[in-house]
Design a protein around this ligand. Sequence first.
Ligand code: CA2
Length: 141
Amino acid sequence: MSKLIYVLNGPNLNLLGKRQPEIYGHETLADVEERMRKRASTLGLEIEFFQSNYEGALVEKIHEAREKADGIIINPAAYTHTSVAILDALNAFDHPVVELHISNVHKREAFRHHSFVSGRAEAVMAGFGTLGYELALEYFK
Ligand code: CA2
């Protein structure tokens, strides 16, 4: 049976490709999902793709992943820097977690340098643009 990877996206990532292309590029989140689905099928992986602007919805999706997923790729967006709730949910998940950021958060404002999630993640990607989503899938292969 192929592995199921949950790909979770936090607040405002629904605006991807629609604003601030100099930071986040021109691809929309739908484009990212489509490219990931193609790469996942080449790799023999399945993905569940999800975006929410609500912290609790992301926490609940991580709870769902506990029963269903073999791994999580998460771009928690602004919640990266604020959310103990998302960290606690990930700590209750028994499989690998990859934290992903489209931009290089370490080149940006100081408040983006701290992540609550990094200490839980097996791997952290930042600055690869939207290509990072596909590269993160390779990790699970
Ligand atoms: O670089 C990343 O992927 C971030 O997780 C993106 C977050 C930011 O708060 C993190 O520090 C780094 C912001 C996501 C907002 O996405 C937008 C995309 C296009 C237009 C406006 C917002």
